[in-house]
Design a protein around this ligand. Sequence first.
Ligand code: MTE
Ligand code: HPA
Ligand code: MOS
Length: 791
Amino acid sequence: MNMRVNIPVELDRLAVRNDRIPRPVVGEPAAGTASPHESATLHVSGEAVYTDDIPELRNTAYAALGLSDKAHARIKGMDLDAVRKAPGVIAVLTAKDIPGVNDCGPVIADDPILADGLVQYVGQPMFIVVARSVAEARRAARLGKVEYEPLPFLLTPEQAKAAHAGTTDELRLIQGDVQQALAGAPVRLRGTFSCGGQEQFYLEGQIAYAIPREKDGMLVQCSTQHPTEMQHAVSHALGWQRHQVEVECRRLGGGFGGKESQSAIFACLASVCAWRLHRPVKLRADRDDDMMITGKRHGFYYEYDVGFDNEGRILGVKLDMTLHSGFSADLSEAVASRALAHFDNAYYIPAADIHTMCGKVNTQSATAFRGFGAPQGALITEVLIDRVARQLGKDPLDVRRINLYGTDTRNVTPYGEVVEGNLLEPIMTELEASSDYRARRKAVQDFNAHSAILKKGLAMTPVKFGISFNVPAFNQAGALVHIYRDGSVLVNHGGIEMGQGLNTKVAQIVANTLGLDLECVRLTATDTYKVINTSATAASTGSDLNGKAAEDAALTLRTRLAEFAARKYGGRPDDVVFAWRQVSVNGRTLPFAQLVEEAYWDRVQLWSDGFYKTPDISWDKATSHGHPFYYYAFGWAVSEVAVDTLTGEWRLLRADILHDVGASINPAIDIGQIEGGYIQGAGWLTSEELVWREDGRLMTHAPSTYKIPAISDCPRDFRVQLFKTRNHQDSVHHSKAVGEPPLVHGISVFNAINDAVAAVGDGRQSPDLLAPATPEAILNAVEALRQRSAA
Ligand code: MTE
Ligand code: HPA
Ligand code: MOS
């Protein structure tokens, strides 16, 4: 393989002087280089090693799980004789075989590893079978006979709300006098709305491979976004200290939030079995089991009361959001908190009273999913703005424009953070022109006037996404950078590569700092024995945090090398230049590798740690106020659809997205993230439907019944551009996080479908379309609107 590697990052910064003071960039912000993903060739050739590809040790055994058939029941008896006697079975373990604590909840201890006397959803693991082969383990796992005493159960957030059943604390955000704002409002929208959840559908399923080590140690190879949390959960389950457990992960075949906390049950169970049996044990859920066991995005049920003036300006919002939390808390409170801090999306809201409740229902425990509550928070406001625009006979974009956050006034969020570096207006203006929004609005209206069955729809929606974990302490990261004597560099950091290009960006940053290119820099697997006490790779902060930590380590090394060079060759350390794999010192230029070798003989330490913590963030949970986000990422999207009003089928005709990633470290990767996020958001709001039967069984647990977008669902005409800017904050290379914010652009697809359906009536009435807008739901909305219009 002979891949050309581009010179990384911001060409004008390639010649890096050795001063730690950031240099101002003059004029146009320099773009980074679109280097290919560091594993791109490995991904397509099949050489990339995922957890299940790691060569297995002799004596490895394979596990499978026995799952609950009941949504809520007492376990009166488990007859596992047939399981034990099945061919190939080595052992069958239940809750009582867990030596430490039978819990793997990330925040609250309400997540049993194996059900102990009580099951709380269909699919909950009750026992684990270890066998000689995967097939034998799976076959045996179905032979358990369980006697249940059924208990009453709830399945929807509405039911949970009515029953006051919550998994965790309720949150409240009060700003201004909302009663007064609503009482005087000329236009008022009151009602309910809901959106469904979403399966993460990572291509690589959940998996853990546990290998016992000497002196009560365990190595866990695990597909997880959070190795440190897995280390914690495994040590807890085994009753061990954390230093006994090493968790390693080279890469994920996708996580999308689904492996932030919920990889724990797999890590714990593989480890408990490996410890009991003194042999390596692998637990890999097949797709159906994975979907039956693990949690998804939170569905939301909303009750709203919103007041507007006659121009469509928002005066006050009273909003009650009930989350489909599932049977346990998991990360639900943090998700609710992010929803609370994103219902404003891009708009100034003078008065608000927002309440969240995490509804306890007897299903999988809902968990992180790209956006983490922010898309659900933004959705309701974007839907209501369209409705009020229709009611007032205005173009929704005009109503959005007058509501946007300002730069000097009307720039404080309901939770008290000032929207600094606001790009909503300039991005809107540029995209409105480049997408031809006005002309296409007219064309859509003309089309609809002459088309009885096919109706087109157009929508342009914004995103403002707060960057930082909303738990301030999580905003820290570490890295290790090693320079070997030949000048090659090895980097380890606490982040997880899940396809998003984190390792590519970190390699670019380190290469750039040392004046090297990507061929000189290699990233290792993430490992809890190297950089420790890490946060999840989540909240889109992966490259912000780990990139800064790696840059910090690389800067320390550059400084040491510069000081050595000046000592040896004269001149000032600050004048030493690292560029093009060479070092220039006092009029002389020598290869980087030569300087490194010389530094070694002078006993210069050639490895360093690095650390970063995000400055200036705070959050007061009691009042839901503070400065939770270091900065915001902004963007706008325009979606155009055509809906067949006889079948409910629809097509995405064209998408234009203009998105702010600050000064991009890698435009190719960032554009990929924007495209992927948008399509994933569109999937959430259209084809991806989770259906639980009346007995609580999830019926959509395989690709045959759960439809994620395919390549054929992408718009033929797909125009994604990066907005030319740089982060006003001192983020890594003045870039911005990109992982989650673009998912919110999917809302423009939902609104475009609504726009098309509204064309069935007089255009003033809004369809009663809930999310996801499946063809069935679209058809029902068309019918309902036709009847309303006829009446
Ligand atoms: N992109 C790919 N290809 N695969 C993923 O699993 N996860 C998303 C996003 N983009 C994901 C992805 C989610 S949920 C997050 S929080 C971020 O990537 C995490 O990575 P980052 O912080 O390095 O952007
Ligand atoms: N995103 C993802 N995971 C989290 C967050 C967040 O904002 N806060 C706590 N865990
Ligand atoms: Mo992403 S939902 O924060 O893993």
